[in-house]
Design a protein around this ligand. Structure first.
Ligand code: GLN
Length: 500
């Protein structure tokens, strides 16, 4: 085992199980690292030192009693601040929830606790998960550990940065349009959007309910698989949760790392290239396709023409659902309340609170969504977007009749400088060009690091897309690519946090 903070989750758990190190020592090492670097990175909104050490002590006690420990017992994790945590502040990156302490755990939070995972704290994010850079957080941006003047992706930039800065070996994100995969790509880490409905949304503060999906973030494919298995599974508290057995993801990752890809059919989506794609990103992507071929896969080019309309359809559907979901922040139920001095009506207090508590991007989306859903425009905007969504799903079905997985760059460019796209929402939205179709269709997708772009030495992500309920394919292919690239370079991509 390497030192405590650079170790993988798999190795850390094994060392704890064997008694080579205690869970408390592991937790303390990560808390110390957070203390040393997070002032610069700002991955965390809240560090739960007491809670983390108590959870670690509980794992050590169970081990001392000879109890069987799960495969992630004692491993620290950074949790996106969009999942409720009983007794621990939860803000979703918004002022409107400042000071709110949830009375209950999200299902995902309780599954992590049951698995003995040590939750270090809550990570920074774009407000209500709206964004691609974490600059929309009401609490200030997060820096990319590869270059602190650049964005760590979004909305889950805090979770990805915590991994790349070695503040935690595991993290949780949510992916509505790319917020797990895009931060994974630009920080050189692994991020997986599971099939919609396979990881519970109970206690996930809703942005766009038909798209939101929690999932694992890690530095290796195997670690992501271990975390994915721990959080997946049917939940009667979530009405969209699918009652299906959890797939053997860890087995797929282990087999993938040691096997070849003979018999695998890979489709390259033609629409995910061309204008706007950085040359170094395309270079690394094309090399990854060659790696897949060398591993025995057959590669064909495919066209999915309606993917071109995914972005506009998403920016009607997601804001429409958001405008409805965010109506619950009425100043009466949670967090902030402005102007409640006895002289104003409830409506006025609600209006003042929402004006003060929501940031500009959230307001933009509420206005957009309310407009798209208004009676005169519903069919023209929301209705059309839903039709496009159906077309995209059908195109995926057609593609998956021919190939087992699709591949593309995860993002058109590497991490851009903080501030560069802040005043240009359209440029910001383009960061999710390749990731959004899978949210609209509900299938599974992964971003795995595939090298550094030669022009800026920043990480590039390879996106692997699988059909719904075939998440295990992502791990087989992802682990094979990861192993082949590590062999090629003689080291894992993320062997240090370059800017720290
Ligand atoms: N960047 C996209 C948006 O702003 C996706 C966000 C997400 O996946 N949460 O909506």
């Amino acid at each position: 085992m390497t030192d405590l903070i650079h170790s993988t989750a798999a190795d850390t758990a094994a060392a704890i199980a064997k008694g080579e190190v205690s869970a408390v020592e592991v937790a303390q090492a990560h808390l110390d690292r957070i203390g040393a670097v997070d002032e610069k990175v700002h991955a965390f909104l809240h560090v739960d030192t007491e809670g983390a050490l108590a959870a670690a002590r509980a794992v050590d006690d169970r081990r001392a009693k000879g109890e069987e420990l799960g495969p992630l017992a004692g491993v620290p994790l950074a949790l996106k601040d969009v999942f409720t945590t009983k007794g621990v502040p939860t803000t979703a990156g918004s002022r409107i929830l400042e000071g709110w302490v949830p009375p209950y755990d999200a299902t995902l939070t309780s599954r992590l606790k049951q698995a003995g995972v040590v939750i270090l704290g809550k990570t920074n994010m774009d407000e209500f998960a709206m964004g691609s850079s974490t600059e929309n957080s009401a609490y200030g941006p997060t820096g990319n550990p590869w270059d602190l003047s650049r964005i760590p992706g979004g909305s889950g930039g805090g979770s990805a940065a915590a991994l790349a800065a070695y503040e935690a070996p595991l993290a949780i994100g949510t992916d509505t349009g790319g917020s797990i995969r895009q931060p994974g790509a630009v920080t050189g880490t692994v991020g997986v959007k599971p099939t919609y409905g396979t990881v519970s949304r109970y206690g996930l503060i809703a942005f766009s309910s038909s798209l939101d999906q929690g999932g694992p973030c890690a530095r290796t494919v195997l670690d992501a698989a271990l975390l994915h298995e721990a959080i997946a599974g049917h939940d009667p508290l979530d009405s969209t949760s699918i009652d299906t057995p959890v797939l053997p993801l860890v087995e797929a990752a282990r087999n993938g790392a040691h096997g070849d890809l003979k018999g695998l059919r890979v489709g390259v989506v033609k629409e995910f290239s061309g204008e706007g794609y950085q040359p170094g990103v395309m270079q690394r992507f094309n090399e990854s396709v060659e790696v897949l071929r060398a591993l025995g896969a057959t590669v064909v080019e495919l066209s999915c023409p309606s993917f071109t309309y995914a972005l506009p359809a998403y920016y009607l559907i997601a804001p429409s659902e958001a405008s409805s979901n965010l109506a619950r922040f009425d100043a009466m139920r949670y967090g902030l309340r402005v102007g409640d001095d006895g002289s104003r009506s409830a409506e006025d207090v609600t209006a003042l609170t929402r004006a003060a508590g929501f940031g500009p991007e959230v307001k933009r989306r509420i206005i957009l969504g309310t407009y798209a859903l208004s009676s005169g425009y519903y069919d023209a905007y929301y209705g059309s977007a839903q039709k496009v969504r159906t077309l995209i799903t059908r195109e995926f079905d057609r593609a998956f009749a021919e190939v087992d997985v699709l591949v593309s760059p995860t993002t058109p460019t590497t991490a851009f400088p903080i501030g560069e796209r802040a005043d240009d929402p359209m440029a910001m939205y383009l960061a999710d060009l390749c990731t959004i179709p899978s949210n609209l269709a509900g299938n599974a997708a992964m971003s795995v690091p595939c090298g550094l772009a030669p022009e800026d030495n920043l990480p590039v992500g390879l996106q692997i897309i699988a059909p719904a309920l075939a998440d295990d394919r992502l791990y087989r292919v992802g682990a094979a690519v990861e192993a082949a690239l590590n062999d090629k370079w003689g080291h894992p991509l993320l062997e240090e946090a370059p800017a720290l």
